[in-house]
Design a protein around this ligand. Structure first.
Ligand code: CTP
Ligand code: ZN
Length: 151
């Protein structure tokens, strides 16, 4: 008998793999609601990483904003797009140079927090660890401060 836990393959949808162990629920949280079935593996064995998390979301194909959110929480994640059981595309999430509209600025006095119709905009000053700088007020944000302010 196999001694490893297997999560079923999916027919159509998205696999978010190699999430650092323990972060899958954070990733799931920011993906918003969708109607597909979801399988979650938390702290499963991985040859590359020791332990990892994996999320499989059926019938959902992510948009750029979702991929950017994942890059902020789990920069090492890989995305596999599955159609009719085959992986048709596989890529690493990558940190964009700018982050638009998905993080709220932590400076309460920032124009982006004044109910004006402006989309937030941050430049990625450092990738590891991630530091974002608001292009409106210059406030720098990093670590949990970014995760807490994900929109
Ligand atoms: N997968 C899935 N359903 C499919 C095909 C693949 O859920 N129909 C999942 C696999 O379980 C795996 C991920 O998609 O978690 C990537 O699949 P694959 O490239 O075949 O696996 P590995 O070679 O193990 O990937 P890696 O080397 O990137 O760890
Ligand atoms: Zn700001």
């Amino acid at each position: 008998m196999e001694k490893t836990l297997k999560i079923s393959k999916i027919r159509d949808g998205t696999v978010i793999d190699h999430i650092s162990a323990g972060k899958a629920l954070e990733v799931l949280n920011i993906l918003g609601s969708n109607n597909g079935s979801i399988s979650i593996g938390i702290r499963v064995n991985s040859k590359k990483m020791g332990l990892k998390d994996v999320l499989k979301i059926e019938n959902v194909f992510l948009e750029k904003e979702d991929l950017d959110r994942i890059a902020l929480i789990a920069p090492e994640a890989t995305i596999s797009i599955v159609k009719n059981y085959e992986i048709i595309e596989k890529f690493n999430v990558d940190m964009p140079e700018k982050i638009y509209g998905i993080v709220k600025c932590s400076n309460q006095n920032c124009i982006t927090n004044a109910n004006e119709p402006v989309k937030t905009e941050f430049i990625v000053d450092s990738r590891s660890p991630v530091t974002l700088r608001c292009l409106y007020c210059n406030r720098s944000m990093s670590g949990d401060e970014i995760i807490k302010n994900l929109i």
